[in-house]
Ligand binder design. Sequence first.
Ligand code: TPP
Ligand code: MG
Length: 392
Amino acid sequence: MTVESTAARKPRRSAGTKSTAGKRTTATTPGTEPELVQLLTPEGERVKNAEYDKYVAGVTPEDLRGLYRDMVLTRRFDAEATSLQRQGELGLWASLLGQEAAQIGSGRALRDDDYVFPTYREHGVAWCRGVDPTNLLGMFRGVNNGGWDPNGNNFHLYTIVIGSQTLHATGYAMGVAKDGADSAVIAYFGDGASSQGDVAESFTFSAVYNAPVVFFCQNNQWAISEPTEKQTRVPLYQRAQGYGFPGVRVDGNDVLACLAVTKWALERARSGEGPTLVEAFTYRMGAHTTSDDPTRYRGDEERLAWEAKDPILRLRRFLEASNHTDERFFEELETESEALGRRVREAVRAMPDPDHFAIFENVYADGHALVDEERAQFAAYQASFADEEGGN
Ligand SMILES: Cc1ncc(C[n+]2csc(CCOP(=O)(O)OP(=O)(O)O)c2C)c(N)n1
Ligand SMILES: [Mg+2]
């Protein structure tokens, strides 16, 4: 399976809108628009796809309800986290609003023994891996140094240094191959990260060493205030061609298509066919983080156009149209959502402040003179507040 040479330079907004139901989708012909794997239209209609249908052939109505539940609960958790930041309970929050299908579809394609290297926005994938959501909030509250044991759920700690986790994933995948295991590794990153040297290096290494890794790029159209056209002159998935592995663009707001394409890519990895680049074409519906104000650099029409392609709405339409569910399911889910919101809210407020000196204990195994000096300086700084209070 190959990706042919680059497509014409199209304006960003026209790209990625053309569905390829029933057609071979991984190749593009020069001069044509980038193609997009889609199994569910925004209206919730199931479209056939000769290449990818088989990867979701075993999906039952119960599985579909499960995917819907995952997306709804993830969105509810995310909204609660945004509110908690606004109430001063978290230092910062990076919302995944709009990216639920990309994360739940790819997250549910994974096996337990696969290993995930996320960015800082993969709350939906963390959910699929069984990481307790309150652990994510502890990190954004600044009361833990990461929040979970990466090996507990094969879900690495969040990485803020843009793109660096693709190298960690590649090295890990090379190790998996050396061990002779048939697990796969998946690295999440953004459209902005695709410009980083680390990502280019991981593409080269993974291709040359045939590493069992899936590069899952959520192209949410923005890297803080920079649009995707500032990152690339070709559709991102076509970058893979230059490295010698396949790339595919999937509708990132279609949970079924994300599930199918990721399963395909993981199977390639498991069977020794090496890396794959998946570009999930989606949209960051909220701010970059709670420190950002997107009204400074983008207009409402764009957001409204993407709201019409909402990932949760389209699956709901499909579930209703195919009689796979009833009103009770939605009501119960609403109750469950509210309970989740309450649980994380209470958990965050009850989190104890960490011991301020603990951070000095984890720098070197056997201590270090410089760290001792810094600890002493910090102790004096803290003591200065006590003096002030005493003096007043
Ligand atoms: C190496 C590095 N450079 C810059 C930053 C600052 N920074 C944080 S997020 C971000 C944009 C990332 O955009 P993208 O990769 O598209 O991911 P998204 O936030 O859209 O999910 C930047 C530049 C950083 N964290 N690390
Ligand atoms: Mg982005």
